[in-house]
Ligand binder design. Sequence first.
Ligand code: MN
Length: 131
Amino acid sequence: MENKTVLIVEDNDLNMKLVRSMLQLGPYQVLEAGDAETGIQIAREHLPDLILMDIQLPGMDGLQATRIIRKDPILSNIPVVALTSYAMQGDEQKATTAGCTGHIAKPIDTRRFLDMLAEYLEPGECQVKRL
Ligand code: MN
């Protein structure tokens, strides 16, 4: 099976390292962005198979970034999975309203992370063809 490309948009270095290291255990190529604007730019350039989107970001937040992705004809079919904080009540609902495909709660359950991710990458959905 062809490797899937996952874009991580996350401003916290420790979270970025954790998510990257878990993805590298699976059949994933990893792209990284530390803010929403960079994330959208990288997404347009590389058309990842899935975007992991932190909500709290410097500048534009992950909710606004998701709304932009959903309205972008090139990016609109890419699953966006929000990385929501247990401490931030209501983030999951806000993420769904903004157009996120689902969410994974932080602190991340490292034993289940790859399984949760695979659910969002199951075939059958319209996968965006990578260049
Ligand atoms: Mn953050």
